[in-house]
Design a binder for this molecule. Structure first.
Ligand code: CA
Length: 109
């Protein structure tokens, strides 16, 4: 154990769990896989408001085996960003920064 401060109660273990062989999608509250996490085996969710993770994601790991598109509005509307499987997008920043804290739905694409 490093004793490093954790923002969320499940920060380190959650990130590790998302790296396991089981196909999963992990959305993190903060950049670089920090903070609170939402783990799911679902590849589509029409409205993240139902999960408590609406407009919160700042980084993503996609271990689902397929490309996933994330949308800024519910029901797959408005601007989207594609994250290929295995492409552990570090952070929404630079050109992607306007996606930060805005994702409200996702599905395979
Ligand atoms: Ca966030």
């Amino acid at each position: 154990m490093t004793g490093a401060a954790a923002v969320g109660s499940s920060t380190a273990s959650a990130a590790d769990a998302c790296d396991e062989g089981t196909r999963r999608l992990c959305l993190y509250e903060n950049t670089y896989f920090q903070g609170g996490v939402m783990k799911t085996s679902s590849t589509s969710i029409t409205n993240l408001a139902n999960t408590g993770f609406n407009d919160r994601a700042s980084s993503i790991r996609n271990n689902t085996g397929q490309s996933i598109c994330f949308y800024v509005d519910s029901n797959y509307r408005n601007k989207w960003i594609k994250v290929d499987s295995g492409n552990h997008r570090l952070a929404f920043r630079g050109a992607d920064w306007d996606m930060n804290d805005r994702i409200s739905s996702f599905r395979p694409c």
